[in-house]
Design a binder for this molecule. Structure first.
Ligand SMILES: CC(C)(COP(=O)(O)OP(=O)(O)OC[C@H]1O[C@@H](n2cnc3c(N)ncnc32)[C@H](O)[C@@H]1OP(=O)(O)O)[C@@H](O)C(=O)NCCC(=O)NCCS
Ligand SMILES: [Zn+2]
Length: 247
């Protein structure tokens, strides 16, 4: 196979991985009031840790990219679906970090934040859980063609294949900002054993250009990245451990 050369002019996306175990009082102190309220509402320590690491990391990355202090970075949550008064939906950096685009995801022992300039981005990581009722969730997550492709797989491949589909589709819906309200079956993607690609997208929010890639997240995880830009994309992957322990 030949090497694919990605032009330096291609849009760049930085993907930062972290572990929930990086959670600390110093990182909690970086969160704004609304985030701290949401953090306190989680009953499980594991949920609180994923939340604080993800949101502190997003703020630290935006501050570094915008050249400002972390407390100057704000996130406006925008939902295009409903007018529920409580802030929710896709986070958009505001203040000195306006113009940056981010996406946050957390599952099990993984936290990931993707950051670009101007290009809308969506990232999703899913822990592969054999306990999930894959057949029961089929109609909600997969189109008939995707369900048939998944049925052709067996055992562990079928379970991990389901999460490959899920991560690819959710990354796309997070890039547009629709989230699950957009409907996971509105978009059809390539099968789990083939290169990530969008095959069709039946939604008013469907973009003209989209780049979809799988991300490596370890054996028990499936992850994907979507950018609303024509491909190829320069994806730079980083480990956030040092940044978080310094913060
Ligand atoms: C939020 C959602 C997109 C993420 O799914 P998930 O796999 O459970 O969680 P992930 O860890 O991958 O992603 C969560 C992050 O996505 C981001 N997010 C939330 N809504 C988003 C949206 N519409 N578009 C893009 N990103 C979104 C947030 O940063 C969130 O982080 P937080 O929970 O720490 O605040 C999905 O659960 C969803 O759409 N939920 C909303 C359903 C709903 O309540 N609809 C009614 C109101 S519109
Ligand atoms: Zn809403």
């Amino acid at each position: 196979m030949g090497t694919v050369t990605i032009p330096v002019t291609a849009p760049a996306c930085d993907v930062w991985w972290a572990a929930p175990s990086a959670a600390s009082p110093a990182l909690l102190a970086l969160l704004d009031e609304e985030e701290r309220r949401r953090h306190a509402r989680y009953q499980q320590a594991a949920d609180r840790d994923r939340y604080v690491v993800a949101h502190a990391l997003a703020r630290l990355l935006c501050a570094e990219e915008a050249g400002c202090a972390p407390e100057e970075v704000g996130f406006e949550l925008r939902c295009g679906h409903c007018d529920r008064p409580e802030p929710h939906g896709k986070p958009h950096p505001v203040g000195p970090a306006a113009g940056l685009e981010i996406s946050i995801s957390h599952s099990g022992g993984r936290v990931v934040v993707a950051l670009t300039r101007q290009v809308p981005v969506g990232v999703d990581v899913e822990e592969v859980r054999a306990s999930r009722d894959i057949d029961g969730l089929g109609d909600y997550v997969l189109t008939p063609t995707e369900q048939a492709a998944l049925k052709a797989l067996s055992g562990r491949e079928r379970v991990s294949g389901f999460f490959t589909y899920w991560a690819r589709k959710e990354a796309l819906l997070k890039a547009t900002g629709e989230g699950l309200a957009g409907g996971l079956t509105s978009v059809e993607v390539s099968g789990p054993d083939t290169t990530a690609a969008v095959l069709s997208w039946n939604s008013p929010a469907a973009p003209a250009d989209v780049a979809l890639e799988d991300l490596e997240a370890g054996e028990d995880y499936r992850a994907a990245l979507a950018l609303l830009a024509p491909g190829p994309v320069r994806v730079r992957v980083h480990d956030a451990a040092a940044l978080l322990s310094a913060g």
